[in-house]
Design a protein around this ligand. Structure first.
Ligand code: ZN
Ligand code: ZN
Length: 349
């Protein structure tokens, strides 16, 4: 085992402390990554506060990891020391079930191993990216192209892939009209990627406060959902609605915005159950769907796509001592659009 510096939440809802965690010795196919940057995802906050069921504390969040390969096990073939790499939301899966065989490891029937707050198949607790280094099997490591800056690439590993995968699955592109609900960490990435795919993009946000940003990042239209006229104006307008909001929305009103055969995909997860009238689906053969990150192959495809189109996250870079404050600001939606921790500050006074 090797000791590495980490930002640790000692108990649910507690403030972060500088501490250490143990990383396993390199196995045959393992890669040791020197972490440079880690993005802050809203799900980090839920788990640090133990809002998603029982957590394992002390906890080290972080599943938007960008870094450099520092060492490799003897059987590693994909990576060499010095390579720019990333790790997203999971670090292992069974490799044998139908989901794994299809390259959709995130839906592994045995359960993909979460990057943190989980247990590996060996029974060891996993610790995430708010730390100096991590050991991951090479299959679950992706390459960060040279064209992408490390800090702004980190959020692509969760926020970016979470929106890229449904945009591809439901074939957003030239001639399709896509609505993005919510202009936060996920929403701003959905705008950029849908625009780069060639779709006509409309942002649906509570207010018009981020309209200038939305249009700058690639939206063609921007509407406030606080204005009820919006739902009349846009009735039957969209092929695809990407819902990034984690709160319960009036689903019937949103489904009414879909054209014939349109789909509304939910990416955020409100803790309470949702309800809607089936009539909202019948009139227009509409679908209500969900999606969760993506497999490793598609995650690599997304990074290559972003590099090719000059896309990364809009970020606010922070130091290791600013994470508690950043969490407060995320909860107030006061971030444009993703906080990223500069891991070099973790070992500085
Ligand atoms: Zn995330
Ligand atoms: Zn599997």
């Amino acid at each position: 085992m090797a000791t590495t510096a980490a930002l640790v939440v000692p108990s649910p809802g507690a403030k972060f402390e500088r501490s250490t965690v143990e990383r396993r010795e390199l196995r045959d196919r393992d890669v040791l990554i020197d972490i440079k940057y880690a993005g802050i995802c809203h799900s980090d906050i839920h788990q640090a506060k133990e809002e998603w069921g029982r957590g394992t504390f002390p906890l080290v969040p972080g599943h938007e990891i960008a870094g450099v390969v520092a060492a490799v096990g003897p059987g590693v073939t994909k990576y060499a020391v010095g390579d720019r790499v990333g790790v997203g939301c999971f670090v292992d899966s069974c490799g044998e079930c139908e989901a794994c065989e299809a390259g959709e490891e995130q839906y592994c029937l045995k359960g993909a191993v979460p990057t943190y707050n989980g247990k590996g198949y060996d029974g060891e607790t996993t610790y995430g990216g708010y730390s100096q280094s991590v050991v991951v099997t090479e299959h679950f490591v992706v390459r960060i192209p040279e064209a992408l800056p490390f800090d702004a690439a980190a959020p692509l590993l969760c926020a970016g892939i979470t929106v890229y995968s449904p945009l591809r699955h439901w074939q957003a592109g030239p001639g399709t009209k896509v609505a993005v609900v919510g202009m936060g960490g996920l929403g701003h990435m959905a705008v950029k990627i849908a625009h780069a795919l060639g779709a006509e993009v409309t942002v649906l946000s509570q207010t018009l406060s981020k309209e200038t940003d939305g249009l700058r990042l690639g939206a063609d239209h921007y509407y406030a959902t606080g204005d009820t006229a919006t739902f009349k104006t846009l009735r039957r307008s969209f092929d695809l609605i990407i819902n990034t909001v984690s709160a319960n929305l009036p689903l019937d009103a949103y489904l009414g915005l879909l054209r014939l055969d349109g789909t509304m995909v939910n990416l955020g997860a409100p803790p309470e159950s949702s309800s809607f009238s089936v009539f909202s689906l019948l009139g227009g053969r509409r679908s209500l769907a969900g999606s969760s990150v993506a497999g490793i192959r598609e995650t690599q495809e997304m990074l290559d796509f972003c590099a090719e189109h000059g896309i990364a996250s809009e970020i606010e870079l922070i130091g290791a001592d600013e994470v508690d404050e950043a969490y407060e600001r995320v909860l107030r939606s006061d971030v444009r659009y993703r906080f990223v921790i500069d891991i070099a500050t973790l070992t500085q006074e």
